[in-house]
Design a protein around this ligand. Structure first.
Ligand code: PMV
Length: 314
């Protein structure tokens, strides 16, 4: 039996603009997915999770697997074939990360899945696991940049840009993020394509926003190193203004952000927008107040800290 866990993630700055080459800043959060894998005598792959089950024979073409659990099937089949195993694998998934709201639950599944399944057969390095996890994530998100899997594997804070890839940010920042869920479903693909249309119609305005976002992210990198929470909060507020302009916000998200801004250092949408979650930056002095305020407004919320560990294997 082999067990592994990986953290989810939040985008702190730069979502959407990152698609057009601006740097984004992400962090791993201390909410995890744990995956347990076990060899079984039957000729099948059996996956159990809180979003359902998959019970499929070995070696089915991946295009015939129609399930959100597809990445696990892909990984199990790949390892069985690579190691010429004649029997199957059973996989059990437990998650603390809400699904489909931009908190990296699928990336954490792919990373913890790649680690637990591959380690049934061989010792694998974090780099090898990351490669496998990105491959598995491509079975559900063809165009994934790999940034989410990277931060879920290594943990901590990370800068990411499309050309240069990722680099870890050394920082002792130890803030609390309050994450509140709008419970409005969104599709990242649809929101990204809407932003594409906005850009087509407003080329100059968009270019200008990209430049402003780049400047902002530069300031943020310095503030993170200095643990300047007030400065970071102000940058969140400014970043949110840019996200409003490109049209990914709505009434509910604005209301949540306004509430959170009363008590926190700053708040903004995290991830694709259109629904999903907002984040509010706090420390011990204003964490409880911010949670209370959002709960008074009947919003689902919880607090997280940066996860510095990344992938963990047992
Ligand atoms: O929904 P999330 O958190 O995976 O965020 C998507 C981030 C975007 O910048 C909107 C898209 C992307 O591929 O970077």
């Amino acid at each position: 039996m082999s067990k592994a866990s990986a953290p989810g993630k939040a985008i702190l700055f730069g979502e959407h603009f990152v698609v057009y080459g601006v740097k984004a800043i992400l962090c791993a959060i201390n909410k995890r997915v744990t995956v347990t894998a076990e060899k079984i005598p039957q000729n099948k792959i059996l996956i159990k999770s809180n979003i359902g089950e998959l019970d499929a024979p070995l070696k089915k073409p991946i295009s015939e697997i129609n399930s959100p659990l597809k990445p696990f099937y892909y990984l199990a089949n790949k390892m069985i074939e690579k190691h010429n195993q004649k029997t199957g694998i059973k996989i059990f998934v437990e998650s603390e990360i809400p699904l489909g709201v931009g908190l990296g639950s699928s990336s954490a599944c792919c990373v913890a899945g790649a680690a637990s399944i591959s380690r049934l057969f061989e010792e694998t390095s974090k780099e090898q696991i990351l490669e496998l996890a990105i491959e598995a994530e491509r079975t559900i998100f063809e165009n994934t940049s790999g940034a989410d899997c990277t931060v879920c594997t290594f943990g901590g804070l990370m800068e990411y840009d499309k050309k240069r890839g990722f680099s870890q940010i050394e920082s002792d920042s130890n803030f609390n993020l309050v994450i509140a869920n709008s419970n409005i479903e969104h599709s990242t693909d649809v929101v990204v394509s809407n932003v594409g249309q906005f850009k087509e119609k407003n080329e100059e305005k968009f270019l200008n926003l990209c430049q402003k976002e780049s400047e902002l992210v530069k300031q943020v990198s310095i503030m993170l190193k200095n643990n300047d929470l007030r400065g970071l909060g102000k940058c969140m507020h400014d970043n949110q203004k840019f996200l409003e302009i490109i049209g990914i916000s709505n009434e509910k998200l604005r209301e949540m952000i306004k509430m959170a801004e009363d008590t926190s250092f700053g708040a903004k949408i995290t991830g694709a927008g259109g629904g999903g979650c907002i984040i509010a930056l706090t420390d011990e002095s204003n964490l409880e107040k911010t949670i209370l305020k959002l709960r008074e407004g009947n919003y689902d919320c919880f607090s997280v800290k940066i996860d510095f560990k990344g992938l963990d294997t047992f």
